[in-house]
Design a protein around this ligand. Structure first.
Ligand code: SAH
Length: 240
């Protein structure tokens, strides 16, 4: 089964963009996933191909029209989840990405200007998704972020089948820090334990580093998993 991505955008020429390179690009070439970028403007109804209008109630900017958005969605709707990129959405998580990657694909709506007429969320089964607490100028980069995160999880895309297992967020923690050659660099050495060959000790050290960094950098994640609970020295267990 190929993961099928359909992106609805005013700037289809932005795709595949970075998704045509490296891991995602190779997977695209190998038809492990497909990508179609469609222009929302093709679904405009008037002769000027208008997609937006001024905000009801006043204020700056323009708003994407719900009739045009609905026509664009209806033209591709086929049971795949429909997501709309918006800072007003629920933040994207690795768990959501994993669920999407195990499905048939996704239809991703990209906003521009001030965003969408809210009625689209009432009239169609569209999930509002945010990629973080900041404001982009358009949903396209958000759609690329979402699709990149999904594609790397598809079967056969990542080199080693295990390379995703211990990663950040998979166990509710950030990943432990990595080191590689040279052993000595600017007077700094790779932690002794990593050179010990003692796999149990290495796993315990990595787990304690993951806990330390999560507590320092992401107290929100740390709290959510119940503080130091789960700090067993065996380390690499998945807890999702
Ligand atoms: N006025 C809106 C922001 C519009 S930004 C607000 O304050 O909520 C224009 C478009 O960029 C949005 O419709 C959305 O598609 C995209 N966008 C901006 N920030 C985003 C984010 N954090 N996550 C996902 N999409 C985002």
């Amino acid at each position: 089964m190929t993961f099928r991505a359909t992106v609805l955008t005013l700037y289809p020429e932005m795709f595949p963009g970075p998704l045509g390179t490296s891991l995602a690009g190779r997977a695209l070439g190998e038809v492990r996933w497909s990508l179609e970028a469609r222009n929302i403007r093709d679904h405009a109804i008037d002769k000027h191909r208008t997609v937006d209008s001024t905000p009801a109630g006043g204020g700056a900017g323009m708003v994407l029209r719900c009739d045009v958005l609905a026509a664009a969605l209806d033209a591709v709707a086929d049971g795949r989840p429909m997501l709309a990129m918006t800072p007003r959405g629920a933040p994207l998580t690795q768990a959501r990405v994993r669920a999407l990657a195990s499905g048939e694909g996704a239809i991703v709506l990209c906003g521009r200007f001030e965003g969408y007429d809210e009625r689209i969320f009432e009239a169609r089964d569209v999930e509002p998704v945010s990629i973080g607490d900041y404001v982009l100028s358009g949903g396209e980069l958000g759609a690329m972020v979402l699709l990149d995160a999904c594609v790397r999880l598809l079967p056969g895309v990542m080199g080693a089948p295990d390379s995703g297992k211990e990663e950040s967020f998979e166990s509710g923690l950030l990943e432990y820090p990595h080191y590689t050659r040279p052993v000595d660099w600017e007077g700094r050495t790779i932690p002794e334990v990593l050179r010990s060959g003692d796999h149990a000790k290495i796993a315990a050290w990595r787990h304690s580093m993951a806990l330390r960094d999560t507590r320092l950098r992401r107290p929100d994640l740390f709290e959510r998993r119940g503080g130091a609970q789960g700090s067993s020295p065996s380390g690499a267990q998945r807890e999702d």
